[in-house]
Design a protein around this ligand. Structure first.
Ligand code: AMP
Length: 188
């Protein structure tokens, strides 16, 4: 089963993905993590990405499309990917469908974690003390939240029409959210 998990930055996508990955033996594909790995390697591409990510802007579709294609093409990840942070806009969503189609696959389920900006600001502050990510500060958090809303809402609508979208209240406890997600996956 291939899954997409949506939610604004700080919604708990990483935490919930870890849980789903372990329970259902999936591969966690986070474009944010892949991009941060590239930055760590300090390649010319990494440097270019670093400037964009630290401003809270989106990296070009071309860069992320290449990164995800490298993963989808691997037999070991066939029909067992959870996409986190991708797709970020309609063009990425359509491209994802095309790539998956080429490998005889599709998206089976789309999970959307809904969390308000007020709760996000508090969580980003907490994560800043724990992980010290350069893009975790209030101004960037607000910008990333707005970018998420503006560019992701059309994709949510797209998956709603395909009838594979499940909306989840992401302001509850981690365990409650785990349970709801398991119940959804178990009947799929
Ligand atoms: P994330 O860890 O998903 O919050 O992503 C961190 C940052 O990486 C984002 O603010 C963007 O700058 C960049 N990024 C991650 N995924 C994508 C994507 N699918 N398209 C463009 N930029 C992305």
């Amino acid at each position: 089963m291939n899954i997409i998990i949506f939610g604004p930055p700080g919604a708990g996508k990483g935490t919930q993905s870890d849980f789903i990955v372990k329970k259902y033996n999936l591969f966690h594909l986070s474009t944010g993590d892949l991009l941060r790995d590239e930055i760590k390697k300090q390649t010319p591409l990494g440097e270019k990405i670093s400037n964009i990510v630290n401003k809270g802007s989106l990296v070009s579709d071309e860069i992320v499309n290449t990164l995800i294609k490298n993963i989808i093409s691997k037999k070991e990840y066939e029909k067992r990917i959870i996409f986190d942070g991708f797709p970020r806009n309609l063009s990425q969503a359509k491209n994802l469908e095309k790539i998956l189609n080429n490998y005889n696959q599709k998206i089976d389920l789309v999970l959307k974690l809904s969390v308000s900006l007020k709760v996000i600001k508090r969580r980003i502050q907490e994560r800043q003390t724990l992980e010290n990510r350069a893009d975790d500060n209030e101004a960037t958090a607000i910008k990333r939240f707005k970018t998420y809303e503006d560019s992701t809402e059309p994709i949510i609508h797209y998956y709603k029409k395909l009838n594979i979208l499940k909306e989840i209240d992401g302001e509850r406890s981690i365990d409650q959210i785990n349970k709801e997600i398991s119940d959804i996956i178990d009947v799929k």
